[in-house]
Design a protein around this ligand. Sequence first.
Ligand SMILES: *Cc1c(COP(=O)(O)O)cnc(C)c1O
Length: 404
Amino acid sequence: MNYRNNNLYIENVSAQKIAKKFGTPSYCYSLNKIKSNIRNFKKKFRSIDPLVCFAVKSNSNIQILKEIKKMNIGADVVSKGELLLALKAGINKKKIVFSGVGKNHEEIQLAINKNILLINAESESEIDLIQKIAKIKKKKINIGIRLNPNIDSRSIRKISTGKKDDKFGLTEKNFLKIVKKYKTSKHLNIKCLSVHIGSQITSYKPYEKMLKVIKSVIKKSNHNFDYIDLGGGMGIKYNNDTKIFNYNKYNSIIKKFLIGHKTKIIFEPGRSIVGDAALLLTKVLYIKKANKINFIILDAAMNDFMRPALYGSTHRIVAFKKNKKIIKKRHEFVGPICETTDKFLSIPKFQMLNEKDCLAICDVGAYGMVLSSNYNLRTKPSEILINKSSLKVITKRQKLINII
Ligand SMILES: *Cc1c(COP(=O)(O)O)cnc(C)c1O
């Protein structure tokens, strides 16, 4: 995203042109931002040569997955649908890991049939089922076991996944019990220890604690894990208050960890790859001036982009056309949906706005379109991919006729 003569551009295409051509609300991605995020991610961890598996749940547009595949990375999937989509996008099955707390029989069977790299299991009953299916198929299946390291990721509580009261993974005690029980299984190969402590983590410190726990658990288990899957969770800069995640520090503590362990590191980043690579283009329908607040009523709503309503997250909003007239009054950017939480942002001032002006909600590439719905029987938005001066519709706007 950049401004030229006070006009918003995505790569070399003006936001106004995109909105005019494809309408609003529309998700608009920068291909080259996604690519540079991947390049930077790889560069930061070059010295540990990890396997990078993109978390498909953060963005499951197949065109985007195809681009990601071209950069030689794998996929972390959490459902049958995501597994099939990753394969359809051409992602190498030996670079696919299947995570999730409740994989059903059908999903486990598919994962086994497709010979993916790892099924990361999260409960004893699930491991029993994997073993049962493997036995019937006369196969030996590579699995990971997800540890709950009881770490507070100090991120948004609703997206924390690594505390002992969260539903994810196994406690240390159960983890050790299970390793012991299945170590000699004829149908399971315990290849991996996996963790994922949360999302939008901005400090390396929770990861440092996590590595300490992993180290101690490995020692107690007396087992060699070919892979340590550290999950994703690296935070991005949503606004000026967010700290920038220190990749160098994280890299160096992992390097230190690897001195005592011969193992391959897996990462499952989602947000840090696609989060800051998209804008949601929207139009001001009405401006309603109340006593102390200007309500800016947009044509985008919580069904198009759910994060603010779901987690109370804040995303910057910028105008297509910048001007210097600042209105010092509270502005609330809201959608048309009949819910009080259908509100994107509340700020003390904004530039002068008029009805029909267009705005962009920033950093919506991760957990954006994937969380959209038809609530209020609204159609889902379109998705556009920008590559320098070219633009391509990667999802057509849903038609009302298809949902009525
Ligand atoms: C959601 C999730 C990720 C991706 O998290 P980000 O914060 O988007 O990097 C990775 N691994 C697992 C198991 C997940 O559930």
